[in-house]
Design a protein around this ligand. Structure first.
Ligand code: FEO
Length: 165
């Protein structure tokens, strides 16, 4: 594997672990403001991010590539309200999408076909992740004037979302 691609995949492991850390912080925020439904969704998201990091880690091991693990930054957690937090989640997913697309471009440029195919799963996953937060955000923004409606969304999320330990 070409070195820029190898380093980029190591960086991506770090970004996925940071994503999990960010969503753990966000779930704490929602627990603190008594919104258990949002907390449940975000805790599940944190778990998914850990699985993304592991997926890249396993792929690199299967390619016999050296994995370098870097420091994980503390996440920003100064959300002013639930909409701000979910907007933050959407912004973060857009950032991750750009990062994955960059890796995809490098794998194409360096003719690393296996990595190109491997990354296709992540490209599809990012479409889903952005859509999940965009839909939630739009729902929240449409009723932003009444906080009781945000509480109603939270109750529905609590009922609908199956929590995965
Ligand atoms: Fe693994 Fe949400 O990107």
């Amino acid at each position: 594997m070409e070195n820029t691609l190898r380093e980029g995949l190591c960086e991506q492991i770090n970004k996925e672990l940071y994503s999990a850390y960010l969503y753990f912080a966000m779930s704490i925020y929602f627990i603190e403001i008594n919104m258990e439904g949002f907390a449940k969704v975000i805790k599940n998201q944190a778990k998914e991010e850990l699985s993304h990091a592991k997926k890249i880690y396993n792929y690199m091991l299967s390619r016999d590539e050296k994995i370098t693990l870097k420091d994980i930054l503390s996440p920003d957690n100064n959300w002013i309200n639930p909409i701000d937090a979910i907007q933050g989640a959407l912004n973060h997913e857009k950032f991750v999408t750009e990062s994955i697309e960059k890796l995809f471009e490098i794998s194409k440029e360096t003719k690393d076909y296996a990595t190109e195919i491997f990354l296709q799963w992540f490209i599809e996953e990012q479409v889903e992740e952005e859509a999940k937060f965009r839909t939630l955000l739009e729902k929240m923004q449409s009723i932003e004037k009444c906080e009781c409606e945000i509480i109603h969304i939270d109750r529905n999320l609590k009922l609908d979302e199956e929590y995965i330990e």
